[in-house]
Design a protein around this ligand. Structure first.
Ligand SMILES: [Zn+2]
Length: 401
């Protein structure tokens, strides 16, 4: 049985605990004034939650509370959040991009992108990524990894997080030789378990609740989806569906801010309420139909809303090789996914994987980038080398390191 020793209390109901292998976690006390309620409702709910909050890129439940252990044990994210990094990139040892343009290094942007895509792939589709080294010549490790995904659980119901933002991306200090801290999605207060079976291609996608709505009937969601599919932008913004694509779009916004240091312009990302046009333009970003002749809204020229052309923002960054073409393409794709079911997180990962590999091969920072999977392979290779050396030595053969 795993043992925990108690450490520092960090708030009234939270304290740090150390597992017998040395790893530190957070333990949360549970109010148990109503024992019946605790046993029959809270405990089973937490056990169910622990099945879902169980992924390397999600702030995970390590131990749900049981009858004898009253505490809930969580991952301990000890390196702040992405919001902290955007405010002060130095806190996790990230210097501003050395090429003088762009905010954060490309390796860290890829690291956040792939981590969050893996978390979304799990929540939306119930699939995990698995990696193995493409080539492994003795004594030399390749940077090339092959990626596969696990088969998703057949009855997995799509889960929408509905609050993807930098403050909910938690960082955990590297435990091995990884270049950057582990990224874990937390803040599940607004998450929503849909009634749609993720793997069933015959099930039409259901329009989901907006983050500010708590209870809504399924038939209303379906109706909204039908309205939106048919009437598009003439659907009131409050009645437009929230989809898996909306969460991919949120990731695009985060990556854009990590690269440029600026948030995309405020307001609705589909059409400006003043002029009816979209204030984000660029190659691959869908344009809106022109306003109808009777539209009384201001013209684009009269509107004071700032228009951002993504291509013009990215051009100097690409020119200076601060960021690769593949990363910029990923951001373009993501910013075009709001309210769509066009791409799933696993498909975006498939498409990005080659671009990420090109960056690893072609950019100096890419050559020295180490993630947790590389670190695990390196440890394994070292252990195997050591074992081979010991066997040879036991036979009286000395080896050179
Ligand atoms: Zn406008």
């Amino acid at each position: 049985m795993v043992k925990y020793s108690y450490g520092k209390r960090i708030s009234e109901r939270l304290r740090l605990v150390r597992r017998d292998d040395g790893e530190v976690f957070v333990a949360q006390d549970f109010e148990r004034t109503n024992e019946g309620l605790y046993k029959h409702q809270a405990m089973p709910a937490l056990v169910a939650a622990a099945d879902v909050l169980n992924h390397e890129n999600i702030v995970s439940i390590i131990h749900p509370p049981g009858e004898w252990n009253p505490e809930l044990v969580w991952d301990y994210c000890d390196a702040g959040t992405l919001e902290n990094v955007l405010t002060d990139p130095h806190i996790v040892g990230l210097n501003n991009n050395t090429r003088g343009v762009g905010l954060l290094p490309e390796g860290f942007v890829w690291h956040v992108a792939l981590s969050l895509l893996r978390a979304l792939q799990w929540l939306h589709e119930g699939k995990r990524d698995e990696y193995s080294l493409a080539t492994n010549t003795p004594g030399q490790l390749s940077n090339k990894k092959t990626r596969t995904t696990t088969i998703n659980e057949p009855d997995w119901l799509t889960i929408l997080h509905r609050d993807i933002r930098p403050a909910n991306l938690h960082l955990q200090r590297s435990k091995g030789t990884e270049t950057y801290p582990a990224v874990k999605l937390g803040g599940f207060e607004k998450c929503y378990v849909s009634g749609t079976v993720s793997s069933n291609a015959d099930t039409p996608a259901v329009a989901m609740k907006r983050p500010d709505e708590d209870r809504i009937q399924f038939d209303v969601l379906w109706q909204r989806w039908a309205n939106w599919s048919q009437n598009g932008l003439s659907t009131s913004p409050r009645e437009r569906p929230y989809t898996e694509g909306s969460e991919l779009f949120d990731l695009g916004k985060i990556l854009y801010q990590m690269m440029t240091g600026k948030e995309l312009p405020e307001g609705d990302y589909e059409e400006c309420l003043v002029c009816g046009r979209r204030h984000i333009v660029g190659d691959g970003i869908e344009q809106l139909p022109p306003p109808s002749p009777g539209d009384k809204r201001l013209t684009t020229e009269e509107c004071l809303g700032l228009t951002v052309n993504i291509d013009e923002v990215f051009a100097p960054l690409l020119e200076a090789r601060a960021y690769s073409f593949g990363l910029c393409t990923l951001v373009h794709n993501l910013l075009n996914q709001k309210r769509k079911f066009e791409l799933r997180a696993s498909q975006v990962l498939d498409r990005s994987w080659d671009h990420f590999g090109e960056w690893v091969e072609q950019y100096p920072d890419g050559n020295i980038f180490v993630d947790v999977y590389d670190d695990a392979h390196r440890r394994l290779a070292n252990a195997q080398r050591l074992q081979a050396k010991l066997i040879l030595e036991s036979r009286g053969i000395t080896t050179e390191d």
